[in-house]
Design a protein around this ligand. Structure first.
Ligand SMILES: Nc1ncnc2c1ncn2[C@@H]1O[C@H](COP(=O)(O)OP(=O)(O)O)[C@@H](O)[C@H]1O
Ligand SMILES: [Mg+2]
Length: 262
């Protein structure tokens, strides 16, 4: 078992935004957190990463490789982030730093977590840019984020998140801000990288069609509570909760159904 979330409760300014959420992410599982906007998906992810906003109070338990993350000192959480647990956010909240080259932003993980010098880290960044299939990696690392397309910027963010080969990737709506055709490319890239490394994945989306392309399991959230969870195939073919049924109706594209073709 890699990640165990138990009875997670999050209050922000006295309002309960996550209310007793429990789920597991076993080694190599790709778990979707799905629900409407405001259902508590991002807050759950931020709690795992120790990045909740000021004023948030958190209860329950989040165990990573058996170690309790809630209450862990910031220094130890910072050491986990980017090293054992990678993060990709939706653009533009990802906020790649606009005044740093993309190469430096990919290289940063090597400098922080592996203590590499600037030149060596940059050389490694070129290899990582190639791994996420950015065109002309040796040149593109010298560019600034605004010189790249949205899809390329998300590839940079993925390269930075995976540079240190984390065992868990948390991706919060990583394709939501992108054009539909680019979304499919990014999903395929993520799927290949995650399965290729046997990484575990927590993938956040409001779109069941997107989730059906990448996840093995899903946790359906509504107003901060889990309303249904299980293998994705079961949720797609026999959704029990009206919330899941609604998500299935609202899915942007044809949902992949096991055994049912596309
Ligand atoms: N910084 C914040 N301060 C206060 N409330 C917040 C903050 N961020 C989010 N919330 C509230 O927390 C709830 C859950 O938000 P969030 O986890 O971001 O939802 P989701 O990612 O599912 O769209 C929402 O009701 C939202 O209004
Ligand atoms: Mg969110």
């Amino acid at each position: 078992m890699t990640l165990e979330v138990r009875d997670l409760v999050i209050d922000i300014d006295g309002a309960r935004v996550v209310d007793g959420v429990s789920f597991d992410v076993p080694e190599g599982a790709r778990v979707g957190l799905i629900g409407e906007s405001g259902s508590g998906k991002s807050m759950t992810a931020l709690a795992i990463l120790g990045l909740l906003p000021d004023g948030a109070e958190v209860g329950g338990s989040i165990r990573w490789q058996g170690r309790e993350l809630i209450g862990l000192p910031e220094r130890e959480l910072a050491a986990l982030r980017g090293d054992e647990i990678g993060i990709v956010f939706q653009e533009p909240r990802t906020a790649l730093n606009p005044i740093r080259t993309v190469g430096r932003q990919i290289a940063e993980a090597f400098r922080i977590h592996e203590g590499l010098g600037r030149r060596e880290a940059l050389a490694r960044a070129v290899a990582e840019a190639d791994r996420v299939r950015l065109p002309d990696p040796a040149q593109i690392v010298r560019r600034y984020p605004h010189q790249l397309s949205g899809g390329q910027r998300q590839r940079v963010a993925i390269a930075a998140a995976l540079a240190c080969r984390p065992r868990l990737l948390i991706a919060d709506e990583p394709t939501t801000a992108l054009d539909v055709t680019i979304q499919a490319d990014i999903l395929e890239l993520l799927h290949g990288l995650v399965t290729g490394d046997g990484m575990s994945l927590v993938f956040i989306t409001h779109d069941l069609a997107v989730l059906s392309q990448i996840a093995t399991d899903a946790v359906v959230l509504d107003a901060g509570r889990v309303v249904e969870q299980g293998p994705l195939s079961t949720l797609l073919t026999a959704p029990r909760s009206p919330v899941t049924q609604g998500l299935l109706r609202d899915a942007t594209a044809t949902v992949w159904r096991p055994g049912g073709g596309a």
